[in-house]
Design a protein around this ligand. Sequence first.
Ligand code: FAM
Length: 467
Amino acid sequence: MASHLRLAIKKSASPLARSAVQARFASSAAKQPTLKERLAELIPPTLERVKAVRAEHGKKSFGPVIVDQLYGGMRGLPALIWEGSVLDPDEGIRFRGKTIPEIQAALPKAPGGSEPLPEGLFWLLVTGEIPTAEQVAGLSAEWAARAAIPEFVEELIDRCPPTLHPMSQFSLAVTALNHDSAFAKAYAQGINKKEYWGPTFEDSMDLIAKLPTIAGRIYRNVYGKGKLPAIDLQKDYSHNLANLLGFGENHAFVELMRLYLTIHSDHEGGNVSAHTGKLVGSALSDPFISYSAALNGLAGPLHGLANQEVLVWLTKMQAKIGTDATDEAVKEYVWATLKGGQVVPGYGHAVLRKTDPRYIAQREFALKHLPDDKLFKLVAQVYKLVPDILLEAGKAKNPWPNVDAHSGVLLTHYGLDQMGYYTVLFGVSRAFGVTAQLIWDRALGAPLERPKSYSTEAIDKMFKNKN
Ligand code: FAM
């Protein structure tokens, strides 16, 4: 049994809680491999497969690279290996080959729940396999057991002024977790590079496990919500996160967290947060400091902060044109945004060319749980009107909504209406995808990232000389 679980069982308040955790873990461990055991089995054949793929295709070309791609944010440039998910412009994300509806059907659910447990998604991202309910319960128990953060990190968060953006606090606290990094320690002791994946896995499990505690503490401090409750060792990850935020009794909110954490977890490797995590990790920075770098990228308004921007934009719109505004009034507001030289938040995408299936999944949740919510109705009205306006404006390559156009309205409905906090929840989820790849990068011996850059003068000279 993992040392974290032994410790948690020892620390459990009541004999009843102790025996529940013991029984839960025993039932999963006795019959089936844990995630780490399964990963250890998968590494040797995956190394062989990568070797074979490189031997067969290593010298093949994806086609030419053009100068515009260097100036244009590297759109479409094939540059990274990312195992967990692949994004198709028209179809959207597939996690290890599975669409969102497929994972919603296939992944284990909580008793009485109908949304997938994100624990199962993490298992899928790491192994490419659908876990059993017992394996997922084992992960829930293990993450709950690892959830505590060092006292100095608690103090660090408590000393942040409430005016410091929650994402800055989040990244600060995650950076500080590197104090106890198993990877950094093992590296300092001279670990063999073949063994890197082991402590990277341990750090990744710790990181994911501790994020709700950090996120909950920031929420309670910034918005004056009182003391953080204890982690419940018998509950799943999303339930614990919801409870830390003060919504543990609300079954629909807990279900929302399960869906939210599942669909925000991974979106292939080229997006700012995922790529940053991988890039920093390629210097053998440990998972904590790699992920805090990723969080700083997520905090930008063109990326993860767009969920905050959407709600700010919608509430300003409501304030200006009222809650039951006509289509004409909404259109006018959207045009005013564009004419003011601003983007319509939650719309457009660097890769997608259709409505984001993560938007659809959240819309379906809203239709099921909050069909009459006024703000949801506005979100639906905006969906009906904005694509045509963006097409008419003629700049955006994708006029359709992305994930961020819908997440805030769901949170607001249940009372989590502090928009400045929304990206933190995205950040809890995105750790699943980034760490799954960090583990594989260390297992496969991924090298330091170091692409080539050029100056404008160099490009000019290079092509003038060729003509
Ligand atoms: N509203 C207004 N203009 C837009 C637009 C939007 N929603 N989306 C794209 N454009 C503009 C864009 O600013 C660019 O203008 P310039 O030529 O003047 O620079 C032009 O259309 C071409 O851009 P593109 O090629 O279609 O998009 P990019 O790949 O450059 O950028 C996004 C992609 C996501 C940054 C962009 O669509 C955007 O700014 N959207 C709004 C912010 C947003 O929702 N971000 C969240 C993305 C999300 F999926 C995530 O990462 N979490």
